[in-house]
Design a binder for this molecule. Structure first.
Ligand code: HEM
Length: 155
């Protein structure tokens, strides 16, 4: 039951996360409005939840050897590639995360969406979000190959 739950939550995170990061990017490309900015904030929250679910279920599966022994993953270059892509997403996300946290505070303090979204950062975060979506899709290809034995040495 644990095995099924962890695998299912990992995939639910994929549905939530990919949709949310695309929606965040799209909302930040719209012309500035309170509605667009609120939509971007909501998508950003969902993207954060998906990241926590991925990390919690993924690390659990590796450390507890739920699907395959821990050593299988640690020695598998395809798994390393998956982790490399994930690290790249985390690095790309650092600046959007702090910027959007600041925007949330300023927006609640009364600063207008027009002012926040037209400073140029909105479009940059939108581009980063869509690049992150492509990296998530790349991770899916790498993950399904790794789960099916690619990268593991025979014998
Ligand atoms: C953007 C983040 C992630 C995405 C899109 C993703 C995607 C996937 C997908 C689609 C699978 C299913 C493969 C299949 O059974 O066909 C999978 C399995 C798995 N993922 Fe992730 N994953 C992510 C993050 C992580 C992280 C952070 C870890 C661990 C640190 C992790 C560890 C695993 C493990 C251990 C499996 C099971 C593989 C097996 O069946 O042997 N994942 N992932």
């Amino acid at each position: 039951m644990l095995r099924i739950t962890l695998a299912a939550v990992h995939l639910v995170a994929l549905g939530l996360g990919l949709g949310a990061v695309l929606a965040r990017g799209t909302a930040l490309r719209e012309s500035a409005s309170n509605a667009a900015l609120r939509r971007a904030f909501r998508s950003d929250t969902t993207w954060g939840i998906a990241a926590l679910l991925w990390i919690a279920t993924g690390v659990w599966r590796v450390v507890a050897g739920i699907e395959k022994p821990t050593a299988y993953y640690l020695a598998n270059p395809v798994f390393h590639a998956k982790m490399g892509l994930f690290l790249l997403i985390l690095l790309l996300e650092a600046w959007p995360m702090v910027t959007l946290m600041r925007w949330r505070r300023n927006f609640s303090a009364g600063e207008s969406a027009e002012r926040l979204m037209t400073m140029g950062a909105g479009r940059r975060i939108a581009t980063i979000s869509h690049i992150e979506a492509l990296l998530v899709i790349a991770m899916v290809f790498v993950a399904v190959a790794m789960a099916r034995g690619f990268g593991s040495r025979p014998g």
